[in-house]
Design a protein around this ligand. Structure first.
Ligand code: WTA
Length: 635
């Protein structure tokens, strides 16, 4: 690679340029590819920063993902292959999926769910999770999926923000052979949430769980009296499809609201370009449905295309190290989409596990969620793709609704560069800018921004338009602020360089430092806490906490354990820290802001000069002195 220049193809650049120049007609053509009950009157109403796409159009996501396929050969093809750690399998054809979704939709109606109501889903990776999402939107209700790794407190916070009346859960989830007591977690959460009146309980196991009469209803019992068909409720294009909570820079998670029409059009289009998906694809995205990747990449985009999806309920390396490669071979997966964290873990296990399997069905490989190091990219290309499959490194966010910067082999493959997400997708006007909002020269680090609206963009933050404006549209005038650092190279390729705000990506999971700090100071003995990310060879980032104790408490391991317990009960086990340091004070600027730059330099064992953030208000001298002082303190 050294010294060689790789320019994007002319065709791709033309395509991109034309799309941006004719934004509305470009997206209008894409919108025509998905089923609508009524055509829109206006492609875009842009009341900055609020975008309404395909205004006046009516559609239904469940119709598009299921019913639309029942009139073709796809009717009897497999929509979902599901497998668990024990090797139990289930599969559902499109017509069977239709049946399941309709039955549940009729049940939801019977228990009082109406158009516009919010239904909370707290479920493991079982087919019923997909049924629940599609059944909810079938009747015009809105789902809020809460990742089943979140604790009862985190679940309660999300329920309380939506004031939802109905929740769907399961008795247990199963991971690494262990039973995760989801119903118990729900019961605890519901002590803190007055709004939930009905719980639909799916029995995933034979084990007994507590049932609260009048509130808890058994899914399999309800289905006995369910109807086989429920008319899909036509909704406005701008009717919310779902709310998904994600971490921000304050302790309170943001309810990201996505539209029905714009979101579906955007995901339909981008999955064709990026994954060249079709109704012949066997598509496996290893994310959990609880995160945005699961929403777009497991459920809505592939089902809209009539593809077959694979769902695996379990950890990547359990019960044996080649479970994933076995799944690819067994189902003949053609498109495989995973995280750099998972790949880094597999590199460590060695190639012999992969060589045991025939992976020749694969056509395109993808990654998402965090930057991929060039070595990992090369390893993926060679060992999983056998040097045949393009790798699509897809950059996007919960807020963007779909992929934004990525190679597009389904449209026009540009030369790939390991570690670069390549170029913005057609219609996406991305730029890298400095503090004043001006583009930076090639090779310079800056902030990634998007300069024009796109159909997948969030409609807002649930019930908080001011926070929406403040978070995304106040840093730079007229540009969506991604809060990611990036760099463009000489050939115009984008390189993503991590978050520019106080959000961590731990094993691809998005966690706000403020949420963790909140959980630490919730203990009776912590006076103050500061959380930073430390580079981790597998997880990308790991959590490090600095804690100041209240007077009268002495640092010891029992306090560390209590801090960990607090994080696990307030957020969830996935936010468990790697290191906890007790300190007497934290380095602060004159106005009292913690100098995170110093903390980051220390945990990464780097000289202070190498650790850049663009927003520190302290002078270099001050930072150096504070760094030296602080370093002595934690030794
Ligand atoms: C990061 C996940 C580098 C980024 C879909 C972004 C990436 C955050 C990539 C959003 C990528 C996502 N390369 N970084 N290909 N994809 N990110 O909301 O920092 O969970 O802002 O959405 O993940 O995380 P979220």
């Amino acid at each position: 690679m050294e010294g060689k220049k790789f320019y994007p193809t002319k065709r791709y650049l033309e395509f991109q340029k034309n799309a941006i120049a004719n934004l509305e007609s470009f997206w209008e053509k894409e919108a025509e590819k998905i089923p609508w009950f009524k055509r829109w009157e206006k492609v875009l109403v842009w009341d900055e920063p609020f975008a309404k796409w395909f205004v006046g159009g009516m559609l239904n996501a469940s119709y598009g993902c299921i019913d639309a396929h029942l009139h073709s050969w796809r009717k009897n093809k497999v929509a979902i292959y599901w497998e668990d750690e024990q090797g139990n399998t289930k599969s559902f054809s499109y017509v069977q999926l239709h049946r399941e979704v309709n039955k549940l939709a009729s049940v939801l109606k019977k228990i009082g769910v109406e158009k516009g109501d919010i239904v909370v889903l707290y479920l493991p990776m079982i087919p019923e999770l997909v049924f629940s999402m599609l059944a909810t939107v079938r009747i015009g209700a809105i789902h809020t999926v809460v990742f089943s790794g979140f604790s009862s407190q985190a679940l309660a916070d999300r329920i309380n923000d939506t004031r939802a009346k109905v929740l769907i859960t399961a008795d247990f989830g199963i991971r690494r052979g262990k039973f995760v007591p989801l119903k118990d977690i729900v019961d605890n959460a519901l002590k803190l949430t007055p709004s939930i009146k009905k719980v639909v309980l799916i029995k995933r196991t034979e084990k007994e769980v507590k049932i609260e009469e009048g509130r808890d209803l058994l899914y399999h019992e309800l289905l006995k009296n369910a109807e086989n068909y429920v008319e899909p409720e036509p909704v406005e294009s701008t009717h919310p499809l779902y709310i998904l909570y994600t971490s921000g820079t304050t302790g309170k998670p943001k309810g990201i609201v996505h539209s029905t029409g714009g979101y579906l059009v955007y995901n339909y289009a981008t999955y064709k370009w990026v994954f060249d998906i079709s109704d012949e694809s066997i598509y496996w995205c290893t994310a959990d449905v609880g995160w945005v990747t699961g929403h777009s990449a497991i459920v809505y985009a592939p089902l809209l295309h009539g593809a077959t999806i694979v769902i695996y309920e379990g950890a990547p390396d359990f019960p044996y190290l080649d479970k994933w490669w076995e799944i690819i071979e067994k189902y003949g997966v053609t498109i495989f989409y995973t995280s750099p964290t998972a790949l880094r873990m597999f590199i460590r296990y060695g190639e012999e596990w992969i060589k045991k399997h025939d992976l020749s069905s694969l056509k395109i490989l993808g990654t998402v969620g965090e930057p991929i190091n060039p070595e990992v990219w090369e390893w993926y290309y060679k060992n999983i793709g056998n040097e045949r499959c393009p790798i699509v490194d897809t950059w996007w966010q919960t807020e963007t609704g779909g992929m934004m910067i990525s190679p597009s082999p389904g449209l026009e493959l540009v030369p790939l560069k390991p570690g670069s997400a390549t170029l913005p997708l057609p219609g996406i006007d991305a730029e890298v800018v400095d503090d004043t909002g001006n583009p930076v020269p090639p090779g310079t680090k800056g902030y990634l921004v998007i300069k024009k609206p796109w159909p997948g963009m969030l409609m807002g933050i649930y019930e908080d338009p001011d926070r929406y404006k403040e978070t995304y549209w106040s840093k730079f005038k007229g540009m969506y602020y991604t809060a990611d650092y990036a760099m463009k190279d000489e050939e115009g390729y984008f390189w993503l360089l991590g978050r520019a705000d106080e959000i961590l990506k731990v094993a691809g999971h998005r966690i706000g430092t403020a949420e963790i700090e909140g959980a630490v100071v919730a203990t009776p003995f912590a006076a103050e806490a500061a959380v930073v990310g430390m580079a981790d060879p597998i997880k990308g980032e790991a959590i490090v906490i600095f804690v100041i104790l209240k007077q009268g408490y002495n640092p010891d391991d029992s306090l560390k354990k209590k801090i960990i317990d607090s994080i696990r009960t307030q957020i969830g086990p996935f936010a468990t820290p790697q290191e906890i340091y007790f300190v007497e004070k934290l380095p602060k600027t004159r106005s009292g802001k913690i100098m995170r730059r110093i903390l980051k330099a220390i945990v990464q064992d780097k000289p202070i000069g190498d650790v850049t953030t663009l927003e520190d208000e302290a002078s270099v001298e001050e930072i150096k002195t504070a760094y030296e002082e602080f370093k002595k303190m934690i030794r």
